[in-house]
Design a protein around this ligand. Structure first.
Ligand SMILES: Nc1ncnc2c1ncn2[C@@H]1O[C@H](COP(=O)(O)OP(=O)(O)O)[C@@H](O)[C@H]1O
Ligand SMILES: [Mg+2]
Length: 346
């Protein structure tokens, strides 16, 4: 493990070119600016989170950092090696989980799968056996002999652990995971999160994850960079990020009624009644929650006018209160509504 940053990205650019069919034989070129100058650093023994909504550019960033995709501009150093000039050294330095289920053999056991991938990494004999025992223990697959079950019998949570074990076989100092808990049930997701924190804190590895889940970023990441439309809109520790919105007070309004067709109309209604540009509405268990960031001192007025506006349109307001700021509020503040397509999980 070298000194300095585990990962350093500076001004990464990436465009995708796609063609839209316009009738028979005619197509039009469309350029998507997926990354528009992405910079961040990941330190050793740290869990770093790249947080952003769908389409923000998270996977594109991960693909560049892991040498699967060439950037159009900017540069990235991983363990001190340039991803374009020295991809082999970069690959030796990283363990990658891009898609939990990708590439495993369904008719082999977990252990047999690891053997296969260990051999691809150049491990053999006693070294291979030891590496497998080490990673299996590390990810907790030694319990209940799960490692000797057929892969097709694995739950998604076990598959996620095995993918992590595979990434750790060559004992890389850096782990890079694209949405590692996507689709997992809460206990399985919790298990993976605990594991990632342990790998950073006990093993001293640098762990970089991407996530669209603000709660996840808030609980496990030492450092968070918020990405939106191919740009980093804010970064810092969770504490530092929350300080960015210290002059704003989050107000939460829980309401129900017919909304399914038009979230934007309700958003507009609340904007007109509170004049806050920082508004997000999401579905919650039995209705909706509007989260509005208002200037300190205006919270009571905002609550009253929001309730009036919603009630006048036939909604039932069940609860309206001032709440503690969360990472979600930072996100609302820094993306200023252009994160419209964000998915927020609780
Ligand atoms: N292979 C591709 N071809 C064209 N557009 C792509 C391709 N991959 C991603 N994109 C587009 O680039 C943007 C960023 O995508 P991505 O990096 O996958 O975001 P995220 O992982 O944050 O959801 C999106 O607008 C997406 O539609
Ligand atoms: Mg993605």
């Amino acid at each position: 493990m070298s000194s300095g940053n585990a990962i350093l990205a500076e001004g990464l650019l990436k465009d995708y070119v796609t063609y839209i069919r316009k009738g028979f034989l005619r197509k039009r070129k469309r350029i998507i600016h997926a990354l528009r100058g992405v910079s961040f650093r990941v330190r050793w023994s740290e869990v770093f989170g790249l947080l952003g909504p769908n389409g923000a550019g998270k996977t594109t960033t991960v693909k560049i950092i892991t040498t699967l995709l060439l950037p159009d501009g900017g540069r990235a150093l991983v363990n001190g090696f340039d991803v374009v000039k020295n991809p082999i050294k970069v690959r030796e330095s990283i363990g990658v989980v891009l898609n939990v289920e990708r590439g495993f053999f369904w008719k082999l056991t977990g252990r047999e799968n690891l053997k296969y991938f260990g051999m691809l990494r150049g491990l053999k004999g006693k070294d291979l056996e030891e590496a497998i025992d080490r990673v299996v223990k590390l990810v907790g697959l030694d319990e209940l002999r799960s490692i000797d079950k057929l892969y097709e019998e694995y739950s998604l949570g076990m598959k996620a652990r095995l993918a992590l074990a595979r990434a750790l076989l060559h004992d890389p100092p850096i782990l890079i995971l694209d949405e590692p808990t996507l689709g997992l049930d809460p206990p399985a997701a919790r298990g993976i999160r605990e594991l990632l924190v342990r790998l950073a804190k006990r093993e001293g590895k640098a762990v970089m994850i991407t996530t669209h889940n603000m709660f996840e970023a808030e609980i496990i990441c030492d450092y968070v960079a918020i990405i939106s439309s191919g740009k980093i809109s804010a970064q810092g520790t969770v504490h530092e990020l929350k300080r960015l919105v210290a002059d704003k007070i989050p107000v939460s309004i829980k309401f129900s009624g017919k909304i399914a067709s038009d979230l934007n109309a309700v958003s507009k209604l609340l904007f007109e009644s509170t004049l806050s540009p920082h508004i997000r509405i999401k579905e919650v268990r039995d209705g909706f929650e509007a989260r509005i960031l208002v200037d300190a001192g205006n919270e009571e007025k905002a609550i009253a006018s929001s309730i009036n506006a919603l009630v006048s349109k036939g909604f039932n307001v069940r609860r309206a209160e001032v709440v503690e700021p969360s990472l979600e509020d930072v996100f609302i503040a820094v993306t200023k509504g252009d994160g419209e397509n964000a998915v927020i999980n609780d």
